[in-house]
Design a protein around this ligand. Structure first.
Ligand code: 13P
Ligand code: SF4
Length: 307
C-alpha cells in the first residue's frame, strides 16, 4: 500500500460513519475505490441502493449521469460526485433539444432511453432501460415502433432480439468502440479453449463474435457459472477487480489496451476524502425535470424482472 494510503482510508471510513454517508462505486472504478466502497455494482443497482438506504449522504464514485439517477430516485439525500468533471461522453452525445427534434418527427413513438443519459433527456423519454434489461423493456411496450437513445450499438443489438420496428440515435461509447474484431481474433488464437463475453456497447462485429453478451452485473454471474477457465472480457478494465477476487481459479483477459474509460478513472481516494469532508460537488436535478425523469425510471422498474 502507498505511504499514507492507510491513513487516508481510515479518515474516509471515519467520515462516512460520522456523517451517516454511504459510499458507492461503479464496477469500472479504480481498485482502491472499489475496495473500500460499501457497495459496488452497475449504474442502476447503485442508484437503487442509494434510494433504499437510510444514509443522509451518498458518495457516488462513478460518472455524472449515475449520480444524477441517484438524485432523481433519492431527492432527500445529498448526492456527492467526488469528481464533478467525471462525465460520460456517450450520455453527452444527445441533448434534450436534439431529442425533442427526433420526438417531433415521430409522433406517438415511445422513446426508450438507456440510463446513460442526462436527467433532462430522461425527462423527455417514455421509459428508461439498462444494458441488462433493454430488450425486455422494448418488448414490454404496446407500440409497434420505438426510438432508442443514445447508443447505436446497444440499439442495434436489441433490434436483433425484438420484433418491434426500431430506429435509434447515432451515439456510442468511445471506450467500448476501441475494441475491434482483430483484437478478439488475436486473443482467441492465443488462448485456445477461452470464451469471450462482451458488453452490448461494443460494435456489432465484436458482438457477433461473442459467446455471451451482457451487462457488467451479468458478467460476474457468467464468470461464476462458466466451465471455461479463461475468459476474455469485452468491457472496461475496472471489471477485473471483482472478477479476479470472486474467481481465483480463473484467468481473465482484457483484449485491448483501449478498454479504459478515462472518466471512470478520474476519482481517487483523495477526491473522496475532500468532497466528503467539505460536502462539495453535490449533484442536484431541478424538481420539474426530476418528476418527469423519475416517471421514465419507474416505468422501467415496473417491467417484470424475469431476466
Ligand atoms: P452498466 O449499466 O452495466 O453499469 O454500464 C454502465 C456503463 O457506463 C457501461 O459503459
Ligand atoms: Fe460512458 Fe463508455 Fe465510460 Fe460507460 S465506459 S461511462 S458508456 S464513456
Amino acid at each position: 500500500m502507498r505511504e499514507g494510503v492507510e491513513e487516508l482510508i481510515g479518515e474516509i471510513k471515519a467520515l462516512l460513519k460520522e456523517k451517516n454517508a454511504l459510499m458507492l462505486a461503479h464496477n469500472y472504478q479504480r481498485d482502491e475505490i472499489q475496495a473500500i466502497a460499501d457497495i459496488t455494482g452497475d449504474s442502476l443497482a447503485l442508484s437503487q441502493a442509494a434510494a433504499d438506504s437510510d444514509a443522509d449522504i451518498i458518495v457516488f464514485c462513478g460518472v455524472h449521469f449515475m449520480a444524477e439517477s441517484a438524485a432523481i430516485l433519492a431527492p432527500e439525500k445529498k448526492v456527492i460526485l467526488p469528481r464533478y468533471d467525471a462525465g460520460c461522453p456517450m450520455a453527452d452525445m444527445i441533448t434534450a433539444e436534439q431529442l425533442q427534434v427526433e420526438i417531433d418527427k415521430r409522433p406517438g413513438v415511445p422513446v426508450v432511453a438507456y440510463v446513460n443519459t442526462s436527467a433532462a433527456v430522461k425527462a423527455l423519454s417514455y421509459i428508461c432501460c439498462t444494458s441488462a434489461n433493454a430488450a425486455h423493456v422494448v418488448d414490454s411496450l404496446t407500440a409497434e415502433s420505438v426510438y432508442m437513445i443514445p447508443d447505436r450499438n446497444l440499439s442495434e443489438y436489441v433490434s436483433h432480439h425484438t420484433k418491434k420496428k426500431m430506429e435509434w440515435w447515432d451515439g456510442y461509447c468511445p471506450t467500448h468502440e476501441r475494441l475491434t474484431l482483430a483484437h478478439i481474433l488475436q486473443v482467441r488464437a492465443e488462448n485456445p479453449g477461452s470464451v469471450f463475453v462482451c458488453h452490448p456497447e461494443c460494435t456489432p462485429e465484436v458482438i457477433d463474435n461473442a459467446d455471451y453478451v451482457c451487462s457488467t452485473s451479468g458478467m460476474y454471474k457468467f464468470a461464476r457459472e462458466t466451465e471455461a477457465k479463461t475468459i476474455i472480457v469485452g468491457t472496461e478494465l475496472g471489471i477485473l477487480y471483482r472478477l479476479k477476487k470472486e474467481n481465483p481459479g480463473k484467468k481473465f483477459i482484457i483484449p485491448s489496451e483501449g478498454l479504459i474509460c478515462p472518466n471512470m478513472k478520474l476519482t481517487n481516494l483523495e477526491d473522496v476524502l475532500e468532497s466528503l469532508s467539505e460536502e462539495k460537488n453535490i449533484v442536484t436535478v431541478p424538481e420539474e425535470v426530476r418528476v418527469k425523469a423519475i416517471a421514465s425510471l419507474e416505468r422501467m422498474l415496473a417491467v417484470p424482472r424475469d431476466y
